[in-house]
Design a protein around this ligand. Structure first.
Ligand SMILES: Nc1ncnc2c1ncn2[C@@H]1O[C@H](COP(=O)(O)OP(=O)(O)OP(=O)(O)O)[C@@H](O)[C@H]1O
Ligand SMILES: [Mg+2]
Length: 253
């Protein structure tokens, strides 16, 4: 059986900077993989390729054995990939329900008497945010009035609601409080349990990595360093691989 997602020898440069150099790894269906690496290792660049924001210079993305060519974010979405970006992509002039249901609006009635069902979207937004323990005081307020944490929680809520197959989370709790972070982690665990969701998580927090992921893939300066099962690997070893203080066989190959 082929893995759900195959990243095949992907390279991406920005001017003279090689953000990714021949990176290859797989993710199995239902697996949760933490993508680990220091600042500038290439993690968000890989996310942008998987989300259809830009194209790799070379190499490929394969889903269920089929080669993908994402020209725009909708293409990645159509292939079942939902992403929460490190730099939040909310629409600043839309309110919470507007953001949560962007591109997936609820309607009532039948054409030609079809109307946006604002009440239903508002109710669903209140319920979703309550589940996450996030307090958005005003459903009518535009997202540019939200705090960084409220924005991040809303971006997560939007991705968690989409019935995607692969959920990519780029530092999803970086702006969140302790309680809100715990709620996000619990929600990801539930999505895995109930929907067998495949997850690619980026975090600098080792506890969060262990709470969510089964395996860690490590990047250093744009290169694939290795993959380790978390139940048989210590934090020290992971940190050593991230920083390069531990010699790693794969790197030589
Ligand atoms: N649009 C861009 N233009 C120019 N350089 C870029 C661009 N995006 C990323 N880079 C460069 O590519 C490298 C990898 O960046 P990337 O954002 O992928 O790192 P990261 O692993 O996500 O780091 P962090 O943990 O800090 O978020 C960095 O050197 C960065 O400066
Ligand atoms: Mg990043």
């Amino acid at each position: 059986m082929s893995p759900f997602l195959e990243i095949k020898s992907i390279s991406k440069s920005f001017g003279g900077v090689a953000a990714l150099k021949n990176v290859s790894f797989d993710i199995g269906a239902g697996e949760a993989v933490a993508l680990m690496g220091g600042n500038g290792a290439g993690k968000s660049t890989l996310v942008s390729l998987l989300a259809g924001l830009q194209r790799p210079d070379s190499g490929g993305i394969v889903i269920d054995g089929a080669e993908q060519d994402f020209a725009k974010p909708q293409d990645a979405r159509a292939s079942g990939i939902e992403t929460v970006f490190q730099n939040l992509a909310l629409c600043p002039n839309l309110n919470a329900p507007g953001n949560l249901f962007l591109g997936r609006e609820l309607y009532r009635g039948r054409a030609p008497f079809r109307f946006l069902d604002r009440k239903a979207m508002e109710r669903a937004t209140v319920a979703t945010l309550r589940d996450l323990g996030v307090n958005v005081p005003d459903m009518k307020a535009a997202a540019n009035k939200f705090s960084g944490g409220q924005r991040q929680a809303l971006a997560f809520a939007r991705a968690a609601r989409a019935k995607s197959r692969l959920l990519i989370l780029d530092e999803p709790t970086a702006a969140l409080g302790v309680e809100e972070s715990a709620n996000v982690i619990r929600t990801v665990q539930r999505l895995r349990r109930e929907r067998n969701m495949t997850v690619l998580l980026i975090t600098h927090n080792l506890e969060e990595m262990r709470a969510i992921a089964d395996r860690a893939v490590i990047l250093r300066r744009g290169r694939y360093v290795g993959s380790v099962r978390l139940d048989e690997t210590s934090d020290d070893e992971i940190v050593g691989r991230i920083t390069g203080s531990l010699a790693v066989r794969e790197e030589v190959a």
